[in-house]
Write a protein that binds this ligand. Structure first.
Ligand code: ARG
Length: 258
């Protein structure tokens, strides 16, 4: 190789390094974890993750100009993946609470929720207090479990499952008398499965209002951009469109401003 050729090779080499470095910056794809067994927020349609959360995330990431892909990690593995930096964030109908705030960061709230009871038609259960001494299923590590433990103490009547589908299955099998999970999820299931003859029981005294947020590892990347984009999407009406698509009514966006 003569001097000129060497120089040329050097320039090509340098440009390659430059391109790779730039690519890592701008083309950086974020991985967002979820537990896609919680319709209407996230569920699988074939191998596609669909739902209110999926649509909202898409609008937020477009607004923020960030590329991403959703990953169906499952519920408890999602929290571990956040701690190990295996995912950049999570969206999974996750309630913002003080306990989780010790370990994770959250976006501003995007949905108001409350726990609700799902039981079989003809049940004697009228309120959360009536669950005392009865076998009740929950998804492990959810606020549904927490609410029951707060009322009755941790005990063996609280049957914990890896996902909400299994918790509902336990009710259908007659293993438990009720399921406690988020209101929209419980109502969606009862509505979509009329043959199962289920009823939903609300209890605004014993269950507390909760708010969902996007979850991040503490001091994770892109939190500020995502949060700003979330606020924008809520303000400019995209949020309302997505809400109407999934819930058939107008959202109360004022409830999200706290
Ligand atoms: N909102 C409840 C919580 O944060 C339940 C969320 C469950 N989400 C799910 N995708 N399975 O504990």
């Amino acid at each position: 190789m003569n001097m000129k050729q060497k120089l040329k090779m050097g320039v090509i080499g340098l440009s390659a390094v430059f391109l790779v470095a730039c690519g890592a910056g701008s083309g950086d794809k974020l991985t967002i974890g979820t537990d896609a067994a919680y319709a209407p927020f996230e569920s699988l349609d074939g191998d596609k993750i669909v739902g209110f959360d999926a649509d909202l995330l898409d609008a937020v990431m477009k607004e923020a100009g960030l590329e991403y892909e959703m990953k169906n990690t499952g519920w408890e593995p999602l929290f571990i993946a956040l701690q190990n930096d295996e995912v950049d964030a999570g969206i999974s109908a996750i309630t913002i609470n003080d306990d989780r705030k010790k370990t994770y960061d959250f976006s501003s709230p995007y949905f108001e929720s409350i726990n609700m009871i799902l039981a079989k038609e003809g049940t004697s259960i009228k309120s959360a207090k009536d669950l005392e001494g009865k076998k009740v299923s929950v998804q492990n590590g959810t606020t549904g479990q927490e609410a029951l433990e707060k009322m009755f103490g941790a005990n063996e009547n609280i049957k914990k499952f890896d996902n909400n589908t299994l918790a509902i299955q336990a009710l259908l099998n007659g293993e438990v008398e009720a399921v406690v999970a988020d209101n929209a999820v419980v109502q969606e299931y009862a509505k979509n499965n009329p043959d199962k003859k289920l009823v939903t029981i609300s209890d605004k005294e014993n269950f507390e209002s909760e708010f969902y947020g996007i979850i991040f590892p503490k001091d994770g990347k892109h939190q500020e951009e995502i949060n700003k984009a979330m606020k924008k999407v809520i303000e400019d009406g995209k949020y309302a469109d997505i809400y109407k698509k999934w819930f058939g009514e107008e959202p109360n966006v004022d409830a999200l401003k706290q």
